[in-house]
Ligand binder design. Structure first.
Ligand code: GTP
Ligand code: MG
Length: 137
């Protein structure tokens, strides 16, 4: 069965939305396999976000991700990678569809990086790589 990494990013944890986000994942029918509260460091974050190095939002993104704890979920289910990204909604919370996590719970706070509450792996290769990063240290 397919697995993915979901992160409740520090903005989501700070807003006490961890339970609401897990509730939506479980209500959809996906299974929680493992869960961790992680204070991410630079080394973990530069590996996790390697594809974004050099982009204007990279440094603000790392600062957001270092600003407090992240909750990591290992989630399982058929087509869960695609399915969770549908639950999350598109990257920009202002225009993410209502009914999605970002569309219902997120907004633009006028900051240098989008605070969009969650991360979900975007492919089987990313899921394997990211699960190893967040669940084996
Ligand atoms: P993730 O599930 O977090 O990976 O979201 P995503 O796949 O929708 O976004 P992406 O991987 O492209 O970017 C990672 C994170 O960087 C996003 O979740 C945002 O927090 C931030 N980000 C991405 N693009 C932009 C942008 O154009 N401007 C700003 N300010 N932040 C961005
Ligand atoms: Mg992404």
């Amino acid at each position: 069965v397919e697995e993915t990494l979901v992160l409740v990013k520090p903005d989501g944890v700070a807003r006490n939305l961890t339970g609401e986000i897990l509730r939506r994942i479980e209500a959809k029918g996906y299974s929680l396999v493992d869960i961790r509260l992680v204070q991410a460091d630079r080394d973990l974050l530069t590996q996790h976000y390697a594809e974004h190095e050099g982009k204007p939002f990279f440094e603000p993104l790392l600062e957001l991700m270092e600003s407090g704890p992240t909750v990591a979920f290992r989630i399982a289910g058929n087509r869960v990678i695609e399915g969770f990204r549908m639950l999350a909604g598109t990257t920009d919370p202002t225009t993410a569809a209502p009914g999605t996590i970002r569309g219902d719970l997120g907004r633009d706070w006028g900051l240098k990086v989008q605070q969009n509450l969650v991360h979900g792996s975007d492919s089987p290769e990313s899921a394997a790589r990211e699960l190893a990063l967040w669940f084996t240290r």
